[in-house]
Design a binder for this molecule. Structure first.
Ligand SMILES: Cc1cc2nc3c(=O)[nH]c(=O)nc-3n(C[C@H](O)[C@H](O)[C@H](O)COP(=O)(O)OP(=O)(O)OC[C@H]3O[C@@H](n4cnc5c(N)ncnc54)[C@H](O)[C@@H]3O)c2cc1C
Length: 386
């Protein structure tokens, strides 16, 4: 046997898995077709929101709470700054038609906070304006503020986990692409564009490339969409955009059906303020997606989303990137064994809200790979729900 475990794909999920496997002394090979962290998949763009009361499902709160513990431990081991708890503001209203991934996002956030005892406050429009004058809220809007929420730095998390995994003895091979896998007795034969390996277990964490690896019968499980991120220059009052004065935010806009989310200026005022929305209407594939962002896309986004809702930001775009969501039909996660092989684990890219959970998911995936089964809390991630 060449390895106990091979992890294919070293983005958020794969890097967390190899790190946890290496920590527990399992012989591990991590493979990626590119050189992670890179900007071709789902884990780039400087920041990811993390929040403890999870509007996509109360059951996810313990997972993110544990991830916060793991991010803090990883910070100590790597001497990197990974998690910043600058607070999150969720803005909504009784009449909004904008959803965030699921229906009832705001009310589920609130019930998760109450059920799990998460510190929070409810702010009316006047209080939001007083504390955060950069948000142009309407009189009928209100907010949920969670002080322990904030953001993680995805590229730094991936880099730190891969570096530590290697130091702990894992083999990391980049620019090596998994082509196919098949059962070979109790083992799995893994063929790449460079070599062939025999492993006891295989973890597939290929993000938006998962349909290519799993074949047509699985393709309908995953819906891949192109998302656009823009970093806008600050025109006035840069102090209002420091992580101490500006929370991360998710806004169920009062008009239309889309939401708006964003971050403080996490790398100082010169780095700009990252703002984005989500689109769910046009699908794509990892191989055919348009990577660049046109000037027109940015101008329209500023005019329709930024200018009506945020003060003090300039239309000047400092940077723009596209990124891929890989959603399931219920916006949930998939972490389950392959129906045709109990030695192969399918790990999905987690529907546009998985980064914050990836540290704890990696720990659970490592537990499965050691032959100890998936953690009980992973019961909602199984394939049989589709
Ligand atoms: C714009 C955007 C905003 C988001 N915002 C948030 C947020 O605020 N909070 C949050 O918690 N989550 C957020 N998410 C979701 C989160 O980022 C994803 O859940 C997470 O990054 C998915 O990680 P992954 O490891 O599955 O995929 P990736 O990071 O894309 O990793 C997959 C890896 O597999 C490799 N690979 C693919 N095929 C092969 C092959 N055949 N052989 C070898 N390697 C292969 C790829 O090169 C890639 O490195 C957001 C996602 C996007 C796109």
């Amino acid at each position: 046997m060449d390895y106990d475990v091979i992890v294919a794909g070293l983005g958020a999920m794969g890097s967390a898995s190899v790190y946890q496997l290496a920590r527990s002394g399992v012989s591990t090979l991590g493979l990626d077709q590119f050189r992670p962290p890179h900007d071709q998949g789902s884990s780039h763009g400087d920041s990811r929101i993390t929040r403890l009361a999870i509007g996509e499902g109360e059951h996810l709160t313990p997972l993110v709470q544990h991830s916060h513990e793991l991010w803090r431990r990883l910070e100590q081991e790597s001497a990197e700054t990974l998690l910043t708890q600058c607070g999150a503001l969720m803005i909504s209203s009784d009449t909004t038609r904008a959803s965030v991934h699921v229906g009832n996002f705001f009310t589920t956030t609130l019930s998760a906070a109450r059920r799990h005892g998460i510190d929070h406050s409810i702010l009316d429009a006047a209080e939001i304006r007083r504390r955060f004058p950069q948000f142009l809220v309407r009189d009928h809007e209100y907010g949920y503020f969670e002080p322990q929420a904030g953001f993680v730095r995805p590229e730094a998390c991936i880099r730190a986990q891969l570096l530590l995994a290697e130091r702990l003895g894992a083999h990391i091979r980049t620019q090596e692409r998994l082509l196919s896998f098949e059962a070979e007795g109790a083992a799995v034969r893994v063929i790449t564009d460079k070599a062939s390996y025999r492993t006891r277990r295989l973890v597939l964490a290929a993000g938006a490339w998962m349909p290519d690896l799993l074949g047509p019968s699985f393709a309908s499980l995953f819906r891949i969409t192109r998302q656009v991120l823009n970093w806008f220059a600050i025109a006035e009052n840069p102090d209002l955009f420091t992580p101490g004065r500006c929370p991360v935010f998710i806004w169920q806009l009062p008009e239309g059906t889309r939401n708006l989310y964003g971050f403080p200026a996490i790398d100082g005022p010169e780095g700009g303020v990252k703002i984005a929305s989500e689109q769910d209407t046009t699908t794509t594939t990892a191989g055919s997606v348009r990577r660049d962002v046109s000037r027109q896309e940015t101008e329209v986004f500023y005019r329709d989303y930024v200018a009506p809702n945020l003060r003090y930001l300039s239309p000047q775009s400092l940077k723009a990137r596209s990124c891929l969501y890989t959603q399931t039909a219920d916006f949930g996660f998939i972490v389950d064994t392959h129906p045709a092989s109990a030695q192969v684990l399918i790990v999905s890219a987690c529907s546009g809200h998985g980064f914050k959970h990836s540290a704890a998911l990696g720990e659970g995936i490592a537990r499965w790979a050691r032959g100890e089964g998936l953690p009980p809390g992973f019961g909602t991630f199984l394939l049989n729900r589709f």
